[in-house]
Write a protein that binds this ligand. Structure first.
Ligand SMILES: [Mn+2]
Length: 289
């Protein structure tokens, strides 16, 4: 067992017994938005890129019967290179384990960055079920395959050069995004996603993303499910691709998005920065009124 796995599994990172987070939870009476299901992925705990504050706000504002962690929750790759684990990252783990204690069913499908947890598929850590993939049945009776998405990287080989260009550009963008948003925060400006904008402008990235979406949906169709939920490419989306529903829950590095299922089976992508902006303007309106 390598160091990162030991940290993750033996409770040095997953501190099951930690009684209180450093960033306290708001009081229990604060109303949370309830969903049937929530999917989040690509949190990349253990990296500077992880937008912990935004995710803590999301976790404190929502609740669900089931929570899927769709991979790249902990960035084992990056942790191996350089250990980075601020208190806020523990607070996220604490909140997830607290949800399990409160009765939320939590299914963790590890991705490529947290592949060190894949051998533990079938086990349960503090109420978190580890799975290689899962089938989710929606309230309106549809069957959705839940997986991280790196399974299709080999099929994407033809587009590998794109992936590498993308990777370099992405790393750079993540760093820029961090700096830009620190400056914006200092000036009291709302959070702003640089690569969200860039992705829609760079043609190659757009081609890569739509190719990925088509391959994933096609594979899911072959397996006879009605749809697929994945992460991995950090691009939230809800799309019908030749009769297969494609859902991507995005990421918590810069997009800060979650996929949710409402009680009637309706699916929605929540852009949390926009939700915070909307909530703040509602608060301002209430104070003014
Ligand atoms: Mn990934």
């Amino acid at each position: 067992m390598d160091a990162v796995t030991r940290l993750a599994v033996d409770g040095e990172i997953f501190d099951f017994h930690r009684s209180e987070p450093t960033i306290p939870e708001p009081c229990q009476s604060r109303s949370r938005r309830r969903f049937r299901t929530i999917w989040i992925s690509d949190i990349h705990l253990g990296t500077r890129g992880c937008n912990a504050d935004m995710l803590i706000d999301f976790l404190d504002s929502t609740d669900s019967e089931t929570l899927y962690l769709v991979g790249d929750i902990i960035d084992g790759w990056r942790l191996k290179k350089r250990f980075y684990w601020p208190a806020a990252h523990n607070d996220i783990v604490w909140r997830i384990l607290k949800r399990a204690k409160r009765g939320t069913r939590i299914i963790y499908v590890p991705g490529n960055h947290d592949e060190m947890l894949r051998p533990y598929a079938g086990l349960n850590f503090g109420g978190v079920e580890i799975r290689r993939n899962a089938i989710h049945e929606t309230a309106d009776g549809r069957r959705l395959l839940v997986l991280h998405g790196d399974e299709f990287d080999t099929i994407m080989l033809a587009h590998r050069w794109l992936a590498h260009v993308g990777d370099f550009a992405y790393e750079l963008m993540m760093k820029l995004n961090y700096v830009v948003n620190r400056v914006r925060t200092a000036f009291g400006l709302p959070y702003w996603s640089l690569s969200k904008m860039a992705k829609h402008k760079v043609k190659n990235a757009v081609e890569f993303i739509s190719k990925f979406e088509e391959i994933v949906a096609h594979e899911a169709g072959q397996r006879g499910v009605d749809g697929v939920v994945c992460g991995h490419i950090h691009t939230a989306e809800i799309r019908d691709i030749s009769g297969v529903a494609y859902y991507n829950d995005g990421d918590w590095v810069e997009g800060c998005t979650a996929l949710v299922e409402h009680s009637d089976g309706r699916m929605e992508v929540l852009h949390w920065a926009d939700e915070i902006t909307a909530r703040n303007s509602r608060d301002v309106a209430r104070i003014a009124a």
